[in-house]
Every structure is written in structure tokens, then in C-alpha cells.
Design a protein around this ligand. Structure first.
Ligand SMILES: Cc1cc2nc3c(=O)[nH]c(=O)nc-3n(C[C@H](O)[C@H](O)[C@H](O)COP(=O)(O)OP(=O)(O)OC[C@H]3O[C@@H](n4cnc5c(N)ncnc54)[C@H](O)[C@@H]3O)c2cc1C
Length: 411
């Protein structure tokens, strides 16, 4: 590891973006024998600093299977809080939805882990591979693709030659822009305000999602008597809220939580993330594939963004391993098309569901409110529908890549 000043580095795969999806991809690919270079513009020390990312992610059961299969999970497990139930309610309405892990009888619905601990765990595992080089801070200066390979020139002058380029560089992806892949986007004019709280009573492993007029308010269980909050708010109010005194902010937070956790205290900082839906119409081009938020950034309402990225990672690894085993070029368009076809439909269904949910719940119009409350109550009573939503929460819907099923790619 460490910045490599050699002029040209030869590798099989070059990844631009060492976020959670990028590092997971690097580890999974290296574990399956590929030579990988990862480039990120942010140094490792900053990526893992407490101030860098205040979020915690709900990792679906299937995502946890992937992290176990590639040896990252043991480093994260001490920080992982099992999600045993999810309770969804429409403000103070008594009509609600309740998902319980006992119903499917197959372990927790997922785990909550602070992103910082996930990033630290990923770096610990990354260091165990000699076939990964992590170059940071480094920015992409130029990309050249040809029939025989791809060349990524970095601003330091280092050039990485590879068979395949993966753009895992988030919503503003330079790789996507370089390939000129058309993208659609919707601005929700909402921000997700994020902070953590300590509280008097146990959360009992229950995640709460409340629909308030400005957007969803999620109370997500962390280890100990702690929870992570995602308070979705109209963008024009965000500066005012972020500038509140500690006392006023804590009192707004406590009012939204209600009394069920006892006394609450905000710990650490507060962060605000703009929310939009953005997706590329195609995930692949010659010798290039997009993964994670670079391909699709969605509303955090259902906690699925990273989970979708990890599904992309597992699918791409499987496609590339199969291709290599039969002697195909891993950068060939026919190989990358298999990845794109596998992931596009599944991801599109999730964009549509999360977009629809946000529109349905981020308003306070009487008839719509009544209809959605009755809808929630109905879903709560119909077991097959409820199981369908729970399988989505667990990430087990669709044709799952083997690594998400906890299976080895050699079997
Ligand atoms: C409030 C909120 C709550 C969320 N909660 C959940 C949740 O509970 N569950 C869930 O599954 N998802 C959740 N998400 C979504 C999730 O955070 C994202 O989907 C995920 O972080 C995307 O990961 P990524 O690695 O694809 O991209 P990113 O995290 O954006 O990483 C991209 C990386 O690329 C690097 N990079 C960018 N450009 C360049 C360049 N030019 N050169 C070099 N490097 C570059 C960046 O430095 C960064 O490290 C939430 C999102 C928000 C906003």
C-alpha cells in the first residue's frame, strides 16, 4: 500500500474510487486472483476520520453475506448492531407496518454499522492482499481506451495500464463523464440531516421509520444504547437547522423521536447530505463498467443505496471470474454486457420504489395521507406482501449473485 511513484503500473483492473463499494470490489476481485489498483482522491487517513462521514448504513442480510465471504466481516462485527424489527409509521397515525425477523425465521433483517467502522474494516482487509495497490491522494487526469486495454493517467504523472476500468467514484463520477454515458436525475429539494444519539432506554434492535410532512425520519439502532438518525428535511430549512445551537438542535431531535427511548443526548457532529435520484442509462462501455453510486444514486428512504452497490460488486466479480475461467478477455463488451443486463433491471425496480415512496410520504395532503395509512395497514395484514417487502429489506430479491447467497464462486 501507499502512493506508488513508478511511472507506469500494469494491472488487470483499475478502480477509480475507494469508497465502500470500491474497496469491497477491490477485495473481492483480489480474493479471486485479479491484480487490482485502486485510486482515490482522498487520503486513507481522511476517509477513516470521524469527521469524514457521520452516517451509519443499514446493511441488508445479503450484503453481510458478501462481506463475510470476502473476509471483511470479522473486522466489522464488534460494531454491527443486528436489526431485529422495522417499524414504519405515518407521523402519529396508529396505522403502521411492522417487519419482524422472527417471521422469516432466518436471522436478523440486516445490521447497522457506522460507515467509519466499515471503512476501517475494509482497509484492514485490503492490507492483507499483495495484489491490491491503493493510490491516494490521486486524481484522474486522463483516460484512454483502446481495443487492447485502458490507460488511466493520474495527476501525479503515474499511469495505470489495465484490461478493465471500474468507475466506482460516486455520484459525480469522472469515469461516467469520460465515457459520456447519459444520466437522468431528479432533485428532491431535500437533505438528509444525520447525527447519532445516546439514550436512556434500549432500542431493542428496532429500526423506526416515521413519515413526517417534510420527509422520512429514521431512528436506526447502533451498538449499545445508541441510535443513528436520518432526518429528511426540505433543503431551504437545512442551513437554519444546521446552525442551531447544540441545545436547540438536541431539543428538535428529541421532539421528533418522542419519549420511547427516554432521555436522549446528541453525540458527535451533525452532517447534511443533499438528496437526489440519479442513474446512468447504461452501466458499461468499451473496457469500462460503473458500479455503486456512479451508476445509480437513490433516496436514502429505504437504506438501499450501498446495498445496491454491493450487489453490483458481487455480480461483476461473478461475471469476471466466469469469463476468466473460460479464457475470455475481462474487458470485452460481451462480458461487461452480462454484468449490465444482470444489474440494470433489479436496480431500476429499486429506483422506482424508493422514488414512489418518497413522493407518497413526503406530503401532508389529507386524502393521500388516508390512502397511504390504509395501504400500510393492509400490507401489514397480508403475509405474502409483507414477506415481499421483508425480502427486499434483506436484499434477497431477484437473481442473487453467489457471494450474496454466502456461496463460493468455485462451487
Ligand atoms: C443520509 C444517507 C443515509 C444513507 N443510508 C444508507 C443505508 O442505511 N444503507 C445503504 O445501503 N445506503 C445508504 N445510503 C447510501 C450510501 O451511503 C451510498 O450509496 C454509498 O455510500 C455509495 O458508495 P460508493 O462507494 O458507490 O460511492 P462514494 O461513497 O461516493 O465513494 C466514491 C469514492 O470515489 C472517490 N472519488 C470520486 N471522484 C474521484 C476522482 N475523480 N478520482 C479519484 N477518486 C474519486 C471519492 O473520494 C470516494 O471515496 C445513505 C445515503 C445518505 C445520503
Amino acid at each position: 500500500m501507499g502512493a506508488d511513484k513508478a511511472k507506469t503500473i500494469k494491472s488487470e483492473i483499475v478502480i477509480v474510487g475507494g469508497g465502500m463499494a470500491g474497496l469491497t470490489a477491490a477485495i473481492g476481485l483480489a480474493q479471486h486472483g485479479f491484480e487490482v489498483v485502486v485510486v482515490d482522491m482522498v487520503p486513507k487517513g481522511d476517509l477513516t476520520a470521524a469527521s469524514y462521514d457521520g452516517r451509519a448504513s443499514a446493511l441488508a442480510y445479503a450484503s453481510c453475506q458478501l462481506l463475510k465471504a470476502i473476509g471483511v466481516w470479522p473486522y466489522m462485527e464488534p460494531y454491527a448492531q443486528p436489526i431485529l424489527e422495522i417499524r414504519v409509521s405515518d407521523g402519529p397515525s396508529l396505522l403502521h407496518l411492522h417487519f419482524d425477523n422472527e417471521t422469516l425465521g432466518d436471522g436478523p433483517l440486516g445490521h447497522m454499522v457506522e460507515n467509519r467502522h466499515t471503512r476501517i474494516a475494509l482497509f484492514k482487509r485490503l492490507e492483507e492482499f499483495e495484489n491490491i495497490r491503493f493510490l491516494a491522494p490521486e486524481k484522474v487526469a486522463d483516460i484512454n481506451r483502446s481495443a487492447s486495454g485502458v490507460s488511466v493517467t493520474l495527476e501525479s504523472g503515474v499511469c495505470v495500464d489495465a484490461d478493465l476500468l471500474l468507475g466506482i467514484d460516486g455520484r459525480g463520477s469522472v469515469v461516467r463523464r469520460h465515457a459520456d454515458l447519459p444520466t437522468s436525475s431528479i432533485e428532491y429539494k431535500q437533505h438528509g440531516i444525520v447525527c447519532s444519539v445516546e439514550h436512556e432506554h434500549s432500542h431493542c434492535g428496532i429500526a423506526h421509520e416515521r413519515f413526517l410532512p417534510s420527509g422520512p425520519f429514521a431512528i436506526l439502532p447502533l451498538t449499545g444504547n445508541r441510535s443513528s438518525l436520518v432526518w429528511t428535511e426540505k433543503s431551504h430549512l437545512v442551513d437554519t437547522i444546521m446552525n442551531l445551537s447544540d441545545r436547540a438542535f438536541e431539543s428538535e431531535v428529541a421532539r421528533r423521536i418522542g419519549g420511547f427511548l427516554g432521555e436522549v443526548k446528541v453525540v458527535g457532529g451533525r452532517w447534511a447530505y443533499p438528496i437526489s435520484l440519479q442513474y446512468a442509462h447504461s452501466y458499461v462501455s468499451d473496457r469500462l463498467a460503473l458500479i455503486g453510486d456512479a451508476a445509480h444514486g437513490i433516496h436514502p428512504i429505504s437504506g438501499q443505496g450501498l446495498n445496491l452497490g454491493l450487489k453490483d460488486v458481487a455480480a461483476l466479480i461473478e461475471v469476471l471470474v466466469v469469463a476468466r475461467n473460460v479464457g475470455l478477455d475481462i474487458g470485452a463488451t460481451s462480458v461487461l454486457d452480462n454484468y449490465a443486463q444482470w444489474r440494470t433491471t433489479d436496480n431500476a425496480a429499486v429506483y422506482a420504489i424508493t422514488d414512489g415512496f418518497n413522493r407518497l410520504f413526503s406530503n401532508d395532503i389529507g386524502p393521500i395521507k388516508l390512502a397511504r395509512d390504509l395501504g400500510m395497514a393492509a400490507v401489514n395484514e397480508v403475509t405474502p406482501l409483507k414477506n415481499f417487502f421483508m425480502s427486499h429489506a434483506r436484499g434477497t430479491v431477484g437473481e442473487l449473485p453467489k457471494l450474496l447467497r454466502g456461496e463460493s464462486l468455485t462451487s
